[in-house]
Every structure is written in structure tokens, then in C-alpha cells.
Ligand binder design. Structure first.
Ligand SMILES: Cc1cc2nc3c(=O)[nH]c(=O)nc-3n(C[C@H](O)[C@H](O)[C@H](O)COP(=O)(O)OP(=O)(O)OC[C@H]3O[C@@H](n4cnc5c(N)ncnc54)[C@H](O)[C@@H]3O)c2cc1C
Length: 382
């Protein structure tokens, strides 16, 4: 029997686990699929923005990952991984257990490096964790008017569209509360909003931000954050409330797998997300996307997990086709509307090349996005 060990019970781990188990059962492959994950909660992080804005409760953002055993049929152990021993194909945990594997799928997410930039840990709010979202919700509820800055020190960060979506949602949030005197500014290292998603999406965001009276400043380099100011190399921007986006990096337990070129990211090779030093190891997280030319968000990771899972199946069960990296649909909020963009990919030898375009602009997309997240979590609720 082949053993696949999945580390991490977020989007990447869950997609891999359910795909591997379903296909193994369908094809009669004798496969043990075990997940080890630190938290009993499987979160849907995009809903943290809804928590901050008061349109979702804390309990609506997660479902118990242990339920994946009943729903999808693979084993789930809730325990923290403390050591990954690739030479001996073993993983050790805080709970004192040792797991052996034939194939290892690393879906441990990323760490947030708040202290990388001066003033970033000390000041401001965020909704990159549930706790952060609850604090931001309180700060927004008490906000009576003034200057809000949404600040990103570096990219790529988790979910490239988030700062723009948040700025547009904030305008609606204050309009619904009848608060008019709010100045909203996005300060971001992109030269234009959403530039990584192609010219259609740039046009979309620029028009929406103009309508919603949101100002955009290109951040040419971080200097510092003070209690009332964001200082970059090209601007000093006053704030009354700061919303910040964290820099990301490979998690500590995987730090020995970092790329020499850019230690934020994992050493990884495509097209199927393998760790080059140990062929049976796959890395699927935002730390493995930029080196392969891919986007850092849940939908792109979903595709990456499928590619990696099919690559494992291909090796266990000769002839099983390795999936191509499918187009990624980027679904987001605008100002009183929503949008859906699409990116298509082609493997170009060492990286994926992408081409992105706008598919649809409609208020219905907001509903689609919300239903998708809630339905995803409902499937894990018994
Ligand atoms: C505010 C916000 C808005 C977003 N909006 C969108 C969006 O609109 N569209 C989109 O596609 N994406 C969006 N994203 C991004 C998306 O949520 C992430 O890309 C996705 O959740 C990442 O999944 P993951 O499995 O790689 O990591 P995670 O979800 O972080 O999962 C990592 C898992 O590893 C576990 N773990 C960590 N360390 C250990 C350890 N040592 N031992 C054992 N287990 C461990 C954790 O408990 C967790 O279960 C958004 C994110 C945020 C924060």
C-alpha cells in the first residue's frame, strides 16, 4: 500500500486529500491518505473580510477539519508538525508521533512576517486572521469619519485583489451607515491596481475606485509606519485608521526548503510542484507559487493541488493522466457590483505564462462568491 501524507488542513491540503482519496477509491488503488494539521478548524480566509465588515460571524468562517474523515474518507490527525525529515521520509509532531510516508504533500500555508517592516507590528489593523478581523470589525464600528489607509509594503501577498476589494467594500460599508466624511487611500507596490491580472482588470479596478472615490498611491518602497502616518520613499500619507496587508514567507518548519534566489519562497519545480531535492515531495502553498509564475490565492492553489495530486496518482498508478494547470477564475467585489476575471496558463519550460481577461461584471458575482465560500464550508459540516 502506498502512503500519502498531507501536512496542513487548509485549502491546499483539503483539495489534495479529497481528490486522492476519491480517485484511489474509484480506481481501486490501495492508498493510505493521512492529513496532519495543527488546527481543528478549516478556515475560509476570504470570509475574514466579511467578519471585519460585519456581514459574517466568526463561526461562519470555519468548519471542523476532522469531519473530512466522514465526508471524504481520509484520515485526519490534529497535531502540530515540528520536524520534517526528508532523508528518512519521516514527519514528527508536537504530540510525539512519527509519520512515515511514500509521498509527502506540503500544504502548510505561509507565515505572516509582520516585523519585516518598521512600524508594521505596532500599528494598524488587518483581517488576515480571524482574531485580526474581529479587532478590525470593532475599530470600523467605532469609526466616525476621517482617513483610512489600506497599506501593502510588498507583493506578492495573499490574495492580490484584496486591498482593492476591501477599499470598494469599505466605501459601501460607510455609505450604508450614512457616514460620508471618509477618505480612503490604497498604498500598494503595484504600479496600477490589479496589474498582475492584466489590463482588463486594471481598467475595472481603476473605474470602480474612481466611482467609489478611492485614491491609489504607488508605493515605491517602505520607510516607516508611525502612529498617524505611512511613510514610503515617494509619499507621506496620514491616517486615522490603518489597514495593513502582511508580507508572507515559507513557514519556519520548512525554512530549510527555501529558495536560494528568494528565501521567502520554496525551492520548487514545475509543472507539478515538486521539491527538487526529494522527488516524492510536493509543495503547494503561496510560498511555491511565485517561483513558478503563479498567483498567490486560494483558487490558484486549488489548481496546484489537483496537479500535484494527479502527479502522485500518475506515479502510483501508471498511466493516470497528470492534470494540466487549469484556468483560474478570479471572483471579486466591486463598488455595488462584482466581477469575474479569468487567467489561462501555459507551461513555458521553467514557469507558467499567463493571460488574464475580464469575463463578467455583475452584482450577481458578489452573491456567487459568497455562496461558494459558504457552500465549501457547509460540505464539511455534518
Ligand atoms: C482576507 C483574505 C481574503 C482572501 N480572498 C481570496 C479570494 O477572494 N480568492 C482567493 O482565491 N483567495 C483568497 N484568499 C487567499 C486564500 O484564503 C488562501 O490562498 C488559502 O486559504 C491558502 O490556503 P493554504 O491551504 O495554502 O493555507 P492555509 O489556509 O493557511 O492552511 C495552512 C494549514 O496548515 C496548517 N499548519 C500550519 N502550520 C502547521 C504545522 N506546523 N503543523 C501542522 N499544520 C500546520 C494550518 O493549521 C492550516 O490548516 C484570501 C485570503 C485572505 C486572508
Amino acid at each position: 500500500m502506498a502512503r500519502v501524507l498531507i501536512l496542513g488542513g487548509g485549502t491546499a491540503g483539503l483539495v489534495a486529500g479529497r481528490y486522492l482519496k476519491a480517485e484511489a477509491d474509484r480506481l481501486g488503488i490501495d492508498l493510505d491518505v493521512t492529513m496532519v494539521t495543527a488546527s481543528e478548524r478549516h478556515y475560509m480566509p476570504p470570509l475574514f473580510m466579511e467578519v471585519a465588515l460585519g456581514s459574517a460571524s466568526a463561526d461562519e468562517t470555519w468548519a471542523p477539519i476532522k469531519n473530512a474523515e466522514k465526508v471524504y474518507g481520509f484520515k485526519v490527525e490534529v497535531d502540530r508538525v515540528t520536524e520534517i525529515d526528508l532523508a528518512n521520509r519521516q514527519v514528527k509532531t508536537e504530540g510525539g508521533k512519527t509519520y512515515d510516508y511514500d509521498y509527502l504533500f506540503l500544504g502548510l500555508g505561509v507565515k505572516y512576517v509582520w516585523d519585516k517592516y518598521k512600524g508594521m507590528s505596532e500599528y494598524g489593523y488587518h483581517n488576515y486572521t480571524l482574531e485580526g478581523a474581529l479587532e478590525l470589525h470593532k475599530a470600523l464600528s467605532e469609526f466616525k469619519g476621517g482617513k483610512i489607509v489600506i497599506y501593502t509594503p510588498e507583493g506578492p501577498h495573499r490574495c492580490g485583489i484584496y486591498p482593492y476589494e476591501m477599499s470598494l467594500n469599505l466605501r459601501m460599508y460607510f455609505e450604508h451607515r450614512g457616514i460620508e466624511n471618509v477618505e480612503i487611500t490604497v498604498v500598494h507596490p503595484d504600479k496600477r491596481p490589479g496589474i498582475g491580472l492584466g489590463p482588463d482588470l486594471v481598467r475595472f479596478f481603476e473605474r470602480e475606485m474612481e466611482k467609489a472615490n478611492v485614491k491609489f498611491i504607488h508605493n515605491e518602497g517602505h520607510v516607516e509606519i508611525t502612529p498617524d502616518k505611512v511613510v514610503t520613499k515617494n509619499a507621506e500619507v496620514d491616517y486615522d485608521l490603518l489597514i495593513k496587508i502582511p508580507p508572507i514567507a515559507i513557514p519556519d518548519v520548512m525554512s530549510f526548503m527555501a529558495s536560494e534566489k528568494d528565501p521567502r519562497w520554496a525551492k520548487v519545480i514545475g509543472p507539478d510542484f515538486r521539491y527538487p531535492d526529494y522527488d516524492e515531495v510536493y509543495i503547494v502553498s503561496e510560498a511555491s507559487m511565485p517561483p513558478l509564475g503563479l498567483l498567490t490565492a486560494g483558487v490558484p492553489l486549488h489548481n496546484a493541488s489537483i496537479v500535484a495530486a494527479t502527479s502522485i496518482l500518475h506515479r502510483i498508478h501508471g498511466g493516470y493522466p497528470v492534470a494540466e494547470y487549469a484556468p483560474t477564475m478570479c471572483v471579486g467585489h466591486g463598488y455595488n457590483t462584482g466581477f469575474s476575471g479569468n487567467c489561462e496558463y501555459e507551461w513555458a519550460g521553467s514557469k507558467y505564462k499567463r493571460e488574464c481577461y475580464l469575463l463578467v461584471k455583475s452584482p450577481l458575482v458578489r452573491l456567487m462568491k459568497d455562496s461558494f465560500y459558504r457552500g465549501w464550508l457547509d460540505s464539511l459540516r455534518l
